[in-house]
Write a protein that binds this ligand. Structure first.
Ligand SMILES: NC(=O)c1ccc[n+]([C@@H]2O[C@H](COP(=O)([O-])OP(=O)(O)OC[C@H]3O[C@@H](n4cnc5c(N)ncnc54)[C@H](O)[C@@H]3O)[C@@H](O)[C@H]2O)c1
Length: 372
């Protein structure tokens, strides 16, 4: 069987998790490290033994043997780079979020469909053992009728994290901050577990902005699940704690409380004996930390294995482009609700700037119509 030949585009903080995942595949060749800052590409290539480094994405996409790319750059360029890769006939694993806007995301899913290429958005925590277990417990009725839930992330980012970055904390480069970046996974996992969520209300806060960030550092929302469950969601990047998630789901027959930290931990599973027995089982499935930043977790490996199977066999993925688009749509609805005034107006010390469209970023292509 021909090895899967892959390239990593963007050699920053999350790139080692992609290198780690593709290195763990039985029959894959990691060929290219690409970063517009050549020294970063060379450094990643040297550290992990990739044979080719370049600062130009066109070198990568012109490689006729290349099957697929990881896109791990700022949010504003996801659309442009993913579209170029799909048009070049490559399969795409793009870091979350799928794109900066729903229009761009819709165009990308349409393009993947038209070109017959796999488009996957990184949602690694969907593959965490505790998360897949909770999903099966909900499907099996162990929790009964879902009535309520609490989803939270408190994390801490310092001034340098924003001040030293060309894109973090900016509307043009990131689209928002606490929700779309750090809070993405808790929202995406919750949506995957309980189904599509409607926004009942949301508010953004610019409460203790670090490093000159113009985007929100805190957001709170009320969401409603398909069975009517009322959920509270909150995220802040202004905590003194580096990373701490909690997701609590309450049903008429059982309740669970778990996290998306590393290793993912089930803190509580109360209900029937069947639920408690299943909970004891999941506690044995903890893996050691991979390369990269610890709180990103272990599960890039699982998603990358899923991606490779989809590329080779055409099997549907747990985290495909359509799923990424649904989560993008939800978080944009939350931002729209929060930024439109409503309940949020009284919480904001100053007016929240309207996010610039991605085309305002130098070199970014305008999103084509969804039908392209
Ligand atoms: N799944 C996760 O848990 C997780 C964790 C961290 C980051 N991310 C996501 O990964 C993406 C990247 O985040 P990061 O923290 O690695 O960012 P980063 O700023 O550390 O790295 C981005 C890199 O992309 C390079 N780059 C920018 N434009 C480029 C271009 N056109 N061609 C080639 N290289 C280019 C930059 O020079 C930089 O080295 C974001 O979408 C972020 O949300 C996901």
């Amino acid at each position: 069987m021909k090895p899967l030949v892959h390239a990593v585009i963007g050699c920053g903080r999350v790139a080692p998790n992609h290198v780690d995942g593709f290195s763990a595949l039985p029959n894959a060749e990691l060929r290219w490290a690409c970063d517009r800052d050549l020294s970063r590409a060379e450094s990643l290539a040297r550290e992990y033994g990739l044979p080719r480094a370049t600062s130009d994405v066109r070198d990568v996409l012109a490689d006729p043997e290349l099957d697929s790319v990881s896109i791990a750059v700022d949010h504003a360029q996801h659309y442009e780079l993913a579209a170029a890769a799909l048009k070049a006939g490559k399969h795409v694993l793009v870091e979350k979020p799928l794109a900066l806007t729903v229009e761009e995301g819709t165009a990308l899913t349409a393009l993947a469909e038209r070109t017959g290429r796999v488009l996957s958005v990184v949602s690694q925590h969907r593959y965490d053992p505790v998360v897949t277990s909770v999903r099966s417990w909900i499907a099996n009725g162990h929790l009964g009728h879902l009535v309520s839930g609490t989803v939270s992330l408190q994390c801490g980012r310092d001034d340098d994290y924003y001040a030293d970055s060309y894109w973090r904390g900016t509307f043009a480069g990131e689209g928002g901050s606490a929700l779309v970046n750090q809070g993405y996974h808790a929202l995406d996992v919750t949506r995957w577990l309980i189904g599509d969520l409607a926004v009942v209300g949301a508010a953004v806060g610019h409460t203790a902005p670090r490093g000159g960030m113009e985007t929100e550092d805190t957001l709170a929302a009320v969401l409603r699940g398909p069975q009517g469950a009322l959920m509270t969601y909150q995220v802040t990047v202004a905590s003194s704690i580096t990373w701490r998630t909690r997701i609590e789901l309450v049903g008429t027959e059982g309740s669970v409380l778990f996290d998306l930290d590393h290793p993912g931990t089930l803190h509580l599973a109360e209900g029937s004996e069947a639920l408690r027995a299943a909970a004891r089982e999941v506690e044995t499935q903890v893996e050691p930390a991979p390369a990269g930043i610890g709180y990103y977790g272990i599960s890039h490996r699982q998603q990358i294995a899923d991606f490779a199977t989809a590329v080779r066999d055409g099997r549907p993925m747990t985290a495909d482009g359509t799923e990424g688009l649904r989560t993008l749509r939800l978080l944009q609805e939350m931002y729209t609700w929060a930024r439109s005034g409503g309940a949020s107006a009284s919480l904001l010390p100053t007016a929240v700037p309207v996010p610039a469209p991605s085309a305002a970023v130098a070199g970014a292509a305008a999103a084509p119509a969804p039908s392209e």
